[in-house]
Design a protein around this ligand. Structure first.
Ligand code: UD1
Length: 347
């Protein structure tokens, strides 16, 4: 198949390009080389052209003869402050809208969209008294006193976290999360208008070789790995018991390959899948494993917290197994040990 891959020079995009090419697909890569991810003097990998998804004139020649678009291009991460909002809106929301309109003009009706578990916000919790509940926003006073778990919004009692399924309602908490929700909604509208199909891959915490070194837009694995490389101890926020699912970037690339090959077999509309390893890890345990494997300083649990952080998010990999035949191959124990010595991408 001929695949247009956006964001092809990025950390995830480069691994997706490798997986698609290895499977024999013809990959046309584009990347805008955003300075937040690439710095100012980044080069382009072979087979990738510099182009911006917000520019119809850039897209039109690249879409000729394409069967499936795999849309990875995005402004990622938590960002720095409210001044980042327009960048998330223009690159992620507007850019996706321009891409979808150009696909409609070119008669392309298959899309694989890089989404994220951040669309769920706080995750899934139950209260013994009130059943399934959206957790109340964590109170500053609780966080200050080291009470990090959220509470029931109705009775204020304790809640228990559960694995998230794809049916969980959207509850985005950051500008990035809001833009990922918007992308899924735009894709859904496009599917209705064009009788088209989209697979939205909701990535959990992606890590692996070539991840960007510590920037304001980096996830925790890159931040810890960069601290260790500087000879510092990883600083673990809260009590370190917050749960995530770390999925290796080569597994994520295989999930994209399966989605590209199978999106045409899906129903009309957006079909979402959680893409995760299926093994949960606490942030504290991840820091310990990484430090140990790198021979670095032991992590320090600081008790710091960030207003936008969610407490526990992890998912069942079952739907991706059933719908895409995707099974993560690299467990976090093995993958985190590899990350300890793997090169990072410097901006
Ligand atoms: C991360 C990504 C998000 C992506 C999602 C799924 C970032 C910034 N976040 O979300 O974009 O969509 O995975 O792939 O890229 N923490 C520390 N010490 C630190 C930094 C963070 O202990 O120095 C803790 C945080 O408090 C949090 C956890 O690590 O509890 C994860 O943080 P982070 O990786 O920033 O964000 P996610 O919400 O997991």
């Amino acid at each position: 198949m001929k695949v247009l891959l956006t964001g092809a020079a990025g950390f995830i995009g480069q691994h997706v390009a490798d997986a698609l090419r290895t499977a024999g697909h013809d990959v046309v890569g584009l990347d805008a080389l955003l300075s937040q991810a690439h710095g100012t003097d980044a080069g382009l990998p072979p087979g990738v052209v510099r182009a911006d998804v917000r520019e119809p004139a850039d897209l039109e020649p690249l879409l000729a003869g394409v069967d499936v678009v795999c849309h990875q291009a995005a402004m990622v991460g938590n960002g720095v402050d409210a001044q980042d909002l327009p960048d998330y809106a223009t690159h992620n929301d507007y850019g996706t809208a321009v891409l979808l309109a150009a696909m409609a003009r070119a008669g392309i009706g298959r899309l694989v969209l890089a989404s994220s578990m951040v669309v769920y916000g706080d995750g899934r919790y139950t209260c013994e008294r009130d059943g399934d509940v959206p957790p109340a926003p964590r109170r500053e006073e609780d966080l200050r006193q080291g009470r990090y778990d959220p509470r029931c919004p109705f009775c204020d009692g304790p809640v228990t976290w559960h694995l998230i399924g794809e049916e969980t309602v959207f509850a985005p908490r950051t500008s990035y999360a809001a833009s990922k929700v918007a992308q899924e909604h735009y894709a859904d509208a496009w599917c209705t208008l064009e009788a088209a199909r989209c697979v939205a891959l909701r990535y959990h915490n992606v890590y692996g070789p070539g991840m960007p070194a510590d920037t304001p837009y980096s996830g925790v694995a890159a931040i810890f790995r960069s601290a260790i490389a500087r000879g510092q101890a990883p600083a673990v926020f809260e009590d370190g018991r917050q749960v995530r699912d770390f999925v290796h970037v080569r597994d994520l690339a295989l999930a994209n390959l399966a989605a590209v090959e199978r999106v045409g077999d899906h129903r009309q509309g957006v079909t979402p899948y959680n893409v995760c390893s299926g093994t949960t890890y606490t942030i504290g345990a991840m820091a310990e494993r990484l430090s140990e494997a790198a021979g670095g300083k032991a992590p320090v649990v600081t008790g710091d917290y960030r207003a936008f952080d969610v407490r526990h998010v992890a998912a069942s990999p079952q739907a991706a197994r059933d719908g895409l035949g995707f099974n993560a191959q690299i467990g976090p124990d093995e993958g985190i040990a590899e990350l300890a010595t793997a090169p990072l991408r410097q901006r």
